[in-house]
Design a protein around this ligand. Structure first.
Ligand SMILES: Cc1cc2nc3c(=O)[nH]c(=O)nc-3n(C[C@H](O)[C@H](O)[C@H](O)COP(=O)(O)O)c2cc1C
Length: 217
């Protein structure tokens, strides 16, 4: 928990925070009342998903967070639960909704879905329809019936791998909106710079809003 908080404070470090507030003032409540699934998979950028959650909430979205088991290695679910106001969904077999299966309960009434960060593994599962945990089963159940966004984040060598690009093309072909990773300094300084860094939270939410405005028009 403390580790998560320290990482979040270091990341906020002055730069993105005022921009988030500035953007939020300019355009508010564009997602008013929309049930939004924010899925977090197990990459080093998982801490940034808290910023995404904050911005989605500022836009009025009712956000339900789903984490993979590996995401929970990077961030404590409690941080997301506190900010979303809902328990975090991790376990497909948790009896959270009585008789109803967790993935179907979550899918019901969902208006929007976002995976941020999306690992190479999460992308592969979504592209091929693997359903071996709550996260992947939920996305099979959603079946792109709602606007679906994916923000990949990984090492540039992984991002450049033809198999990752082929999976992203498959998902694009099914109407999934890919929020491209950015060029920049990677988590490990030894790796230097490259394309693979997760888009900033405000960039992710801005791309979502722009897309939703385009399709509404
Ligand atoms: C320290 C660390 C950082 C990682 N960062 C990433 C990452 O940024 N992107 C990625 O695709 N995989 C990353 N991985 C590998 C994933 O955690 C691994 O592929 C895992 O199986 C993903 O599971 P999930 O997609 O179910 O969350 C990282 C692993 C470790 C140990």
């Amino acid at each position: 928990m403390w580790f998560d908080l320290i990482r979040l404070v270091l990341w906020l470090g002055g730069k993105p925070y005022p921009r988030m507030a500035e953007n939020a003032e300019r355009v508010m409540n564009q997602l008013e009342g929309k049930k939004t699934v924010l899925a977090v998979s197990g990459g080093i950028a998982a801490f940034k998903a808290l910023g995404v959650l904050r911005l989605l909430k500022q836009q009025g979205a009712d956000v339900y967070v789903v984490m993979t088991d590996h995401a929970a290695e990077f961030m404590k679910p409690a941080s997301f639960a506190m900010h979303s106001g809902h328990p975090v969904s991790l376990d497909q077999f948790a009896p959270a909704h009585g008789w109803q299966m967790e993935h179907l309960a979550l899918a019901q009434g969902t208006d929007l879905a976002l995976v941020a960060p999306a690992t190479a593994n999460a992308i592969a599962k979504l592209a091929t329809g693997i359903a071996d945990d709550l996260f992947s089963t939920l996305f099979v159940a959603l079946a792109q019936r709602v606007p679906t966004f994916l923000a990949p984040a990984m090492n540039p060598l992984m991002y450049g791998n033809a198999v990752v690009q082929a999976h992203l093309d498959t998902l694009r072909g099914r109407g999934v909106q890919i929020i491209a990773p950015r060029y920049g300094q990677l988590a490990s300084t030894k790796e230097g710079e490259g394309v693979g860094r997760l888009a900033e939270p405000e960039e992710i939410v801005a791309e979502m809003l722009a897309y939703l405005q385009r399709v509404d028009a």
